[in-house]
Design a protein around this ligand. Sequence first.
Ligand code: MLT
Ligand code: ZN
Length: 462
Amino acid sequence: MSAELLSRLAAILGPSGLLADEADMVSYAIDWRRLFPGRPLCVARPASTAEVSEVVKACRAAGAAIVPQGGNTGLAGGAVPDASGAQVVLSLNRMNKVRAIDPVGLTISADAGCILKVAQDAAAEAGRLLPISLAAEGSATVGGVVSTNAGGVNVVRYGMARALVLGLEVVLADGTVVDMARQLRKDNAGYDLKQLFIGTEGTLGIVTGAVLRLVPRPRHTVTALLSVPSPQAALDLLALAQDELGDTLSAFELMSGYSFDLLKRHLNLTPPIASGDWFVLLEAGASLSGLREAAEAALAAALENGTALDGVIAETGAQATQLWALREHITDGEAREGKSMKHDVSVPIVDVPAFLEAADIAIAEGAPGAKVNAFGHLGDGNIHYNVVLAPGQDGAAINTLVHDVVARFAGSISAEHGIGQYRVDELLIRRAPAEIALARTLKRALDPDDFLNPGKVLPAGG
Ligand code: MLT
Ligand code: ZN
């Protein structure tokens, strides 16, 4: 059966469109953190939506499940196959073009496999901004960002990926192409069906193209790093920034002193300000003048009332890049420190200080010797409460400790990374049975044979 499928796929895709040698499939078989090794039957690389549809029909006829894959930069193992050797990875990486840009209508259309950075650069060339920014943007794809409803550092102003999607083109589990790639700002005609495919990680359909919202590119940007005495002070600073900078505020990131210890120890990166227990990196952008003056006044007020202990506003673009490098290298510093359990949690923004306090107590009591590397998107209530394990410590038990605290604040166990295969079991425990039942109803309606990305988000077999 599989030889027959391989020859059918070769006929559809041509020689460059199908990989079946193990050596060629290595990078498609495992996630970049190397936590979820799999073994695909083959990697199908269609060059068009019509080819995606043909591949889906052929795999379906052969009973081989499909695992859609974009840039393979996810953190939850959502885009890699299982170890059965029976699943087909459907990589979108040959469908990599920007289709069109409308600088006045403020839209960009792109193939699913278009690298996010390529789409950002195309928007910049047209004098516009594609306002989604994340560490993996040089490899992540438009389709992956949409399918995982990715977050990043600009959510505080522009929302998650979902908020940017105007239109989608998808291929369903039976190979039907549904073209909803409309550029409309307003479209209230019936169910908003594209929402079914945003953040559902390829389990209900395969995103093959997207129309995303652009925004005017702010002429002026202010980037500032501040040290603050506590998470509560950081929250006070957020309120101050909301008052003084209004909706120009586009990033508000919190980082712990321990995150900065890791940067110093492993990467020799140090902040250009006096150290504190916590740090905030904020950015604002506007086209009208006066932004820098407003930011300077806000910083002065924060220093004056003790909300901030020290702070700097970047003088040049290069300095802003250096400040961002501190934030962007935390994950790297953490990886060099040792094995860690990542948590991508959210709680109501005002509860972040109380959450951090309660979680620290839970870890100190339940997992003595573990070190907490807390950082993340305070402006969204999303903290990466990562725990570096002491030798011999049980990661699963630490997950439970942290997520029990999240539950006390009615938070989420996945704010932006998704469920993938990593958090399937946890999702079943943490979400109400009525929500899980509704999710299963949708899955059964769109993919009754559990053929699209089985075992991701929901357990295999429904
Ligand atoms: C980040 O915000 O840097 C990532 O989402 C966090 C991570 O790597 O855990
Ligand atoms: Zn993040």
